[in-house]
Unconditional design. Structure first.
Length: 304
């Protein structure tokens, strides 16, 4: 494929995990639209306003979720933008796509865990003190204590862990953005317990564990394994619908519940736009009631 292919240029700027996900989504568009897969790069680079609306409506008819559709349209705009930059289509072509309206959606359907549910989870995890059990405990601690996405957990290298600064460096997270996350004390304890059996040998922080409890530091886990761990443990707790992203929602909501300001939480979660963080805010009416009860201006405004 041509090195100047807008499709490949766009995919190349994404993180590895995002690249796989977006590519699969764009190939799904080819299937819905009846395009031969070999023609997909050319067709995407030349999508105009009318075609974009047609694609959007076709995805809606096929039952795709609004967020998935909006993400697909964003990817199409990215391919067309690459075509503009390489002088393969006119700039107006891209500007017209900016006018395609987003599909409206409500809040995330997922629900954050309660403090009681989190405690039950860690009590269950603590029952297994084998190397595999210690690894799994640390994985859940990082997800609930640092808000990492499952792909970010899988990509962590031991070199990304700074014991002295109590941080993890997330390299090429969503949107190919990197960030540093700060570890609560209790999360660091779980990581140290795991490293004691893993050893500090170079390689992936959360690696595969073979028979006999041997950690194979060159073999990474993957997002699918993290997903299966979440489904397995929460099924045992009677919560079969919990997903890895619900743990991220729990992290964000708990920070807000404990008084962290919205912009700080945005940075900790790795969101570019604060409006994304707001979507994850799952605090209930009780929080607003408490905030209203605590609002005062000293003696001003009290009945005389």
């Amino acid at each position: 494929m041509d090195a100047q292919c807008p499709y490949q240029l766009y995919l190349a700027r994404l993180s590895p995990n995002s690249r796989r996900s977006i590519q699969a989504q764009l190939e799904g568009i080819a299937d819905v639209m009846g395009w031969p897969l070999v023609d997909l790069p050319t067709k995407l680079a030349r999508v105009d306003y009318a075609q974009a609306l047609s694609i959007q409506n076709s995805l809606l008819r096929e039952g795709f979720a609004p967020r998935s559709i909006n993400r697909a349209m964003m990817a199409i705009r990215g391919v067309v933008k690459a075509a503009v930059i390489t002088n393969q289509v006119d700039q107006q072509h891209y500007l017209n796509l900016q006018s395609v309206p987003k599909v409206k959606h409500g809040q995330h359907a997922g629900t954050p865990l309660t403090v009681h549910q989190v405690r039950k989870l860690f009590r269950l995890l603590a029952q297994n003190r084998t190397p595999l059990g210690l690894r799994n405990y640390a994985i859940f601690a990082v997800m609930l204590g640092c808000g990492l996405r499952r792909s970010e957990v899988a990509d962590l290298n031991i070199g990304h862990y700074d014991k002295e600064k109590r941080t993890l460096f997330v390299a090429q997270g969503k949107g190919n953005k990197s960030r540093t996350v700060y570890l609560p004390d209790w999360v660091q304890v779980t990581i140290e317990d795991w490293i004691e059996v893993r050893t500090d040998k170079p390689g992936y922080l959360f690696c595969t564990v073979k028979r006999g409890g041997h950690a194979h530091t060159a073999n990474p886990i993957n997002g699918e394994l993290v997903y299966s761990l979440v489904k397995r443990y929460f099924k045992d707790l009677g919560l079969p619908t919990v997903t890895p992203h619900d743990l991220r929602r729990t992290y964000i909501t708990r920070l807000l519940d404990q008084g962290a300001d919205l912009n700080t939480v945005r940075q900790m979660a790795g969101h570019s736009d604060i409006s994304t963080t707001v979507i994850y805010d799952k605090r209930d009416d009780k929080t607003m009631r408490n905030a209203a009860d605590e609002l005062n201006y000293g003696d001003a405004g009290l009945p005389l």
